[in-house]
Write a protein that binds this ligand. Structure first.
Ligand code: ASP
Length: 319
């Protein structure tokens, strides 16, 4: 695999191989000395033009635990704020001899453009409203850990679907792995063309939670209202949005006892998710964060580890 730009870059077999490798990588997280030699001598640049807490730090930790050298470059504090273009910035970074760029950018398609300009590996860490493939992998990993397998499972993804790169990547990956997905949100927050996506849609969260749309729900993923991508007018008031689509304690009670609650973060507590749901034993939110490191280690390993000595690294992970 040369790049990871979209969830659709992965066949089901490749995705499962990453999830299996991630499970072995997770053993490293439990060790006192969290280092594998696998990517020694490799250099990874995290090139982030949008804010991030989880994704950037987990890519950085993942790279460091695999012994790569990791450099963070952000829009703020770099020559991007002096007007340098994405292409010039990327070429400048690669001229230093880096092996991979992990890129986040507010423009949909930016990661694809970048991959066409540079001769190193490119991993998409979120491009506009388009794709966030490693988030989909960590969501699949978390669901697999909680539910056993994704085959035949029904996942409801709820909220601001229109602006969510997570929803796009999740629908592609989760359905490729055999899950059924129902997207839930007000019509204004469902994207144009969603009818052609391989999933069901509904405007009625309560009906979905009662199992009236494509059967009982095995897991629910709440999405953040992305105010920074909105011009306003997508719903009347935040109070009404929370009443119709928020995961309240009452709605949590409609979910099956074992159904996990996911959220990619950052959460707007009291809007799309209540604190009762976010902090409940069914919440997998922090599990997702933990999964994120293991999954990103697996992705870096698959992309940069090469056919050379990967086994040694994975075996070391199991020690
Ligand atoms: N952290 C996720 C993303 O970067 C979700 C979000 O921002 O709401 O897409």
């Amino acid at each position: 695999m040369r790049h990871l730009l979209a969830a659709s870059d992965l066949t089901a077999e490749q995705a499962l191989a990453i999830l299996d490798t991630a499970r072995e990588m997770e053993a490293v997280q439990a060790r006192e000395v969290k280092k594998l030699p696998t990517l020694r001598g490799r250099t990874i640049v995290n090139l982030f033009f949008e804010d991030s807490t989880r994704t950037r730090s987990s890519f950085e930790i993942a790279g460091k635990w695999l012994s790569a050298d990791v450099v963070n470059v952000s829009g703020k504090g770099s020559s991007v704020s002096k007007g340098e273009s994405l292409r010039d910035t990327a070429l400048t970074v690669t001229a230093m001899g880096v092996d991979a760029i992990v890129v986040r950018h507010p423009a949909s398609g930016a990661a694809h453009r970048l991959a066409g300009w540079v001769d190193c590996h490119v991993i998409n860490a979120g491009d506009g409203t388009h794709e966030h493939p490693t988030q989909a992998l960590l969501d699949a990993y978390t669901l697999r850990e909680r539910l056993g397998s994704l085959a035949g499972r029904h996942v409801a993804i709820v909220g601001d679907i229109a602006h969510s790169r997570v929803a796009r990547s999740d629908v592609t990956l989760l359905t490729a792995l055999g899950a059924r997905v129902t997207l839930v949100g007000p019509p204004t927050l469902l994207p144009a063309g969603v009818g052609s996506w391989p999933c069901a849609t509904s405007w009625d969260f309560d009906r979905v939670l009662r199992g009236a749309v494509d059967g009982p729900v095995d897991a629910v993923m709440m999405l953040r209202i992305q105010r920074e991508r909105m011009g306003g007018g997508y719903f009347p008031t935040e109070r009404e949005y929370a009443a119709e689509y928020g995961l309240s304690p009452e709605r949590l009670a409609l979910l099956g006892e074992t159904a996990p609650v996911l959220h990619p973060g950052p959460m707007n507590r009291g809007l799309e998710i209540s604190s009762a749901a976010a902090d409940s034993p069914r919440s997998a939110v922090l599990r997702q964060v933990r999964s994120g490191v293991a999954v990103r280690m697996a992705v870096l390993y698959q992309i940069l580890g090469g056919a050379g000595a990967p086994e040694a690294g994975v075996e070391a992970a199991g020690q």
